[in-house]
Design a protein around this ligand. Structure first.
Ligand code: AHM
Ligand code: MG
Length: 352
């Protein structure tokens, strides 16, 4: 029988919508005021709007190069630009946000109005996959603002480490659309599938736990000539025969972080985007790609590290990296705890 890494939804929970789930989590949080709940509603609404545009891609002239005009003479926008506008507009209108960082924007948007939360997002990640109908996604992280006494938000509200995240999640626009989120290890990680007929997310993956070990690895091996030798040794190790550890591992790489991370979360295994000679700091962005995913994986019992062995007395958890600027990059290795442990052990043995 097939093993699932999430608890099958009990009959009582069937029919729970994402909105109801968020409300129930709020009811379990003493002192909750509703601001955080309202913010999550805005993110959910933006996700539905982006989903509608993704499903029309190719029909509605949203593919293509920014600056073109369509047959009606209107400006054609790239889907990632459209997604950014949708998320920013919903967050601004929702009045709960004081600062927004986006992969699409050079600078933070800081807002008046006393919103209590700062949101960092990649509104449509996996841009190389947009034009060829492969899964893409939105990634978001939510911090409580630092500038409590000020009316206007501040860029510093977005420059907090992942350990301070209050919530994180992603939306995968794939064969179905899924909204996966967590408000921390105490509340777990939950996945909702969009019913496209009525436009509502329903709980489909309750309390997702990443399997202790998997049997797939996910890395852009085309970059291996640019890797450190320890990375190449790790991949060679995964390809060796050893039935006790289910090796050789299978290779799976979509090139959309949301798709690769989601598969790893549900089925187990390991995903890595290491530093290489082309990207010495890694490719993925700390605040709106790596940190939200690290938060989700840790809440689901997995691990997320920077891909380097920890120095004595120091941590290599992604969540503990102190950001210096909005668009910082970091190497990222995440997945099943045993698989990340093995990665780390081989790194240490190679003296890396
Ligand atoms: P993007 O933000 O420009 O879309 O790039 C991020 C994406 C991730 O989704 C994915 O993990 C990675 O880049 C793939 O990079 P590569 O094509 O170098 O393998
Ligand atoms: Mg991205």
């Amino acid at each position: 029988m097939q093993q699932h890494s999430w608890r099958p939804v009990p009959p009582s929970a069937v029919g729970i919508t994402l909105e109801q789930h968020i409300a129930q989590q709020m009811a379990m949080s003493p002192g909750a005021t509703g601001h955080f709940t309202a913010l999550l509603y805005q993110i959910m609404l933006a996700a539905k709007l982006v989903d509608a545009r993704v499903r029309q891609a190719g029909l509605a002239d949203v593919l293509g190069v920014t600056g073109d005009t369509n047959v009606q003479g209107e400006r054609v926008q790239k889907l990632d630009v459209v997604a950014n506008e949708i998320f920013c507009t919903m967050l601004k209108r929702g009045m709960r946000t004081c600062a927004i960082a986006s992969e699409e924007l050079d600078h933070a948007i800081v807002l008046d109005g006393g919103g209590r939360y700062a949101v960092a997002m990649d509104p449509l990640d996996g841009s190389s996959n947009i034009d060829c109908n492969v899964t893409i996604g939105t990634i978001f992280g939510v911090w409580r603002r630092r500038s409590e006494s000020m009316e206007r938000g501040h860029e510093g509200d977005l420059l907090q480490p992942g350990t301070a995240l209050r919530a994180a999640g992603y939306i995968a626009y794939g064969s179905s659309t899924m909204f996966v989120y967590s408000t921390g290890p105490r509340f777990g990680v939950h996945g909702f599938t969009l019913d496209p007929h009525i436009g509502e997310f329903f709980l489909s993956h309750e309390d997702i736990r990443v399997p202790k070990r998997g049997n797939t690895y996910s890395v852009n091996e085309g970059n291996s000539s640019k890797w450190e030798p320890s990375m190449r040794r790790w991949v060679e190790h995964l390809k060796q025969e050893d039935s006790a550890t289910q090796r050789p591992y299978g290779a799976r790489y979509v090139g959309s972080l949301v798709a690769d991370a989601h598969r790893t979360l549900v089925k187990g295994g390991i995903f890595a985007y290491p530093a290489d000679t082309k990207s010495p700091k890694g490719k993925l962005r700390l605040q709106y790609e790596a940190n939200p995913m690290a938060f989700i994986f840790e809440a689901a019992g997995g691990r997320a590290i920077t891909g380097r062995a920890a120095a004595p007395g120091a941590s290599n958890r992604v969540l503990e990296v102190v950001p210096e600027s909005l668009h910082d990059r970091t190497p990222l290795v995440l997945g099943s705890p045993d698989d990340v442990d093995t990665f780390e052990r081989l790194l240490v043995e190679s003296g890396a």
